[in-house]
Design a protein around this ligand. Structure first.
Ligand code: RM4
Ligand code: MN
Ligand code: MN
Length: 396
C-alpha cells in the first residue's frame, strides 16, 4: 500500500468509533441450552470493567450500550452507580435500550398490545428510559420491539400500527433537543407470522411519524438472506434517516456472530456506501456504529475485540476506494472498471497502516495478543467462576 493510501487509512481511523453492548459480555445461550462461561460478566460493574478492557486495548470503543432491564435494576435510580462505574472503568454509557420484550405483560406485545393498560406500562418504561438517557448524558434511545403475532388473523395489523405511532410520538415528546430516538426493525423472531416493525420501510414511516429526532437503526442480522443491505443504507442516507447500526454477522438469520466472520465483503459494501456518500456530499454522516453480538461459545471479550478490529479493517478498506475514479467510471458506465475499484480496495492489505495508527496512539499492535498476555481473563475467571456456575440468568 502506498503512502497516500496509508494516510487515508490513518485519517479514517481517527474518526472511527464503535460502541460495545453490555449484554455482549454476559452469558447467553440458544433456545436449546446454555453453555455458561466462567468469565462472563453478570453485574453492570463487570460489564463496564470488560468494556473498559476492550477500549483500553483498541482505543475505539469509548461507550457501552446499556439495556435498561438488565443493567438498571433500580430504574432511573441506577444512574448514579453507572456514572461511578463509567469514571472507574473509563468508558461512558452509550445508547440506552429499553426492554419491552421480557415482562409477562408483553405476551401479546408492548406498543402494539391491544390492551391499553399494557401499552401504558410500556410507554412508562420508555419514558423512564429517556430520563435515564438524560441523566447519563446519552444521546440515543434505541428501540427494538419483539411485537408481532404468530398466526394469521390473530392481530389487527392496522390498529397495531396506529398504536405504535401513538406511543412512538409520545416517547419522542420526552426527548431533550440533542437526543435521538432510534427505531430498529426485524423481519421475524420471536414472532413468526407478522412482526410489527418488520423492515426498514416500516421503521422509516414510524420514525417519520414519531418526530424529527427519530432515525432508523439497521441491525445487519435483521434481513432476509438475499436482501441488499447496502442499498437500504444508501436510501436511508439519501433520506437523512439513517441513525445507526447494530453490527454482527450471520449465516442464516439473527445469528449475532462476530462481524465479518461470514461475509466481510457485505460489511465493506455498507461502509463503502457511507463513505462514498460523505465524499460526494462533503457531509459527515451522523451515524452511531454499535455492535450487537451475543455469541455463546467464543470468549466474550476476545469476540468483542475481534469484531472491533474487523470493523476497523473493513472501514479502512472502504476508505481507500478511489471515489473520483469510481464516479467517473459510473458516469461512463464502465462496469468492469467501477467494480474493480471496489474489489481492489477490498483486496488491499490495510493491516500495516492500522498497526501504524495503533502505534501512534500507544496502543498494542495486536489487541487480541495483548489481551491474552494481560492476565485479565485469568483474573476474572477466578473471580467469577463460582457465581457463574450457579447462575441461570440468560438473555437468549
Ligand atoms: C434483538 C435486537 C435488539 C437487541 C436484542 C437483545 O434481536 O437485535 O437490538 O437488544 O435482540
Ligand atoms: Mn439489534
Ligand atoms: Mn437481533
Amino acid at each position: 500500500m502506498d503512502a497516500r493510501k496509508a494516510e487515508i487509512v490513518f485519517r479514517a481511523l481517527e474518526k472511527f468509533r464503535i460502541e460495545v453492548p453490555s449484554w455482549g459480555f454476559a452469558n447467553t445461550g440458544t433456545r436449546f441450552g446454555k453453555f455458561l462461561q466462567a468469565a462472563a460478566a453478570s453485574t453492570i460493574e463487570e460489564k463496564f470493567s470488560d468494556a473498559g478492557q476492550v477500549h483500553q486495548l483498541t482505543g475505539v470503543c469509548p461507550t457501552v450500550a446499556v439495556h435498561v432491564q438488565w443493567d438498571c435494576p433500580e430504574g432511573v435510580d441506577s444512574t448514579a452507580e453507572i456514572k461511578k462505574l463509567a469514571g472507574q472503568y473509563r468508558v461512558q454509557p452509550g445508547s440506552i435500550n429499553p426492554n419491552l420484550f421480557q415482562d409477562q405483560g408483553y405476551k401479546y406485545g408492548s406498543f402494539g398490545n391491544p390492551d391499553k393498560a399494557i401499552r401504558d406500562v410500556a410507554l412508562q418504561h420508555t419514558k423512564d428510559s429517556v430520563e435515564i438517557a438524560r441523566r447519563l448524558q446519552s444521546r440515543d434511545i434505541s428501540m427494538w420491539f419483539a411485537d408481532g403475532s404468530n398466526y394469521p388473523g390473530t392481530a389487527n395489523i392496522r390498529h397495531r400500527k396506529r398504536w405504535f405511532e401513538e406511543c412512538l410520538k409520545a416517547t419522542h415528546a420526552e426527548l431533550s433537543p440533542g437526543q435521538r430516538l432510534l427505531v430498529e426493525y426485524k423481519p421475524f423472531e420471536p414472532a413468526f407470522y407478522h412482526t410489527d416493525i418488520a423492515d426498514w420501510g416500516m421503521a422509516l414511516l414510524l420514525s417519520r411519524a414519531a418526530g424529527p429526532q427519530a432515525r432508523v437503526l439497521v441491525d445487519t442480522g435483521h434481513h432476509y438472506l438475499a436482501q441488499n443491505i447496502e442499498q437500504i443504507v444508501a436510501w436511508l442516507l439519501a433520506e437523512d434517516m439513517l441513525g445507526g447500526f447494530h453490527f454482527n454477522d450471520r449465516r442464516y438469520a439473527d445469528d449475532d456472530l462476530t462481524l465479518g466472520s461470514i461475509d466481510p465483503y457485505q460489511v465493506f459494501r455498507i461502509f463503502h456506501e457511507i463513505l462514498f456518500f460523505e465524499w460526494e456530499t462533503g457531509k459527515q454522516a451522523d451515524i452511531a456504529y454499535m455492535i450487537d453480538q451475543s455469541h455463546n461459545l467464543k470468549g466474550k471479550i476476545e469476540a468483542m475485540i475481534q469484531t472491533v478490529t474487523m470493523a476497523q479493517m473493513l472501514f479502512s478498506k472502504a476508505a481507500i476506494v478511489d471515489y473520483q475514479e469510481l464516479a467517473a467510471a459510473q458516469k461512463d458506465c464502465d462496469l468492469v472498471r467501477a467494480e474493480s475499484l471496489l474489489q481492489d480496495a477490498f483486496a488491499t492489505d490495510v493491516r500495516p497502516a492500522i498497526q501504524q495508527w495503533r502505534d501512534s496512539k500507544g496502543l498494542p499492535k495486536d489487541p487480541i495478543a495483548a489481551f491474552r498476555e494481560s492476565g485479565y481473563l485469568e483474573r476474572i475467571t477466578k473471580e467469577r467462576a463460582e457465581r457463574n456456575s450457579r447462575s441461570v440468568t440468560s438473555y437468549a
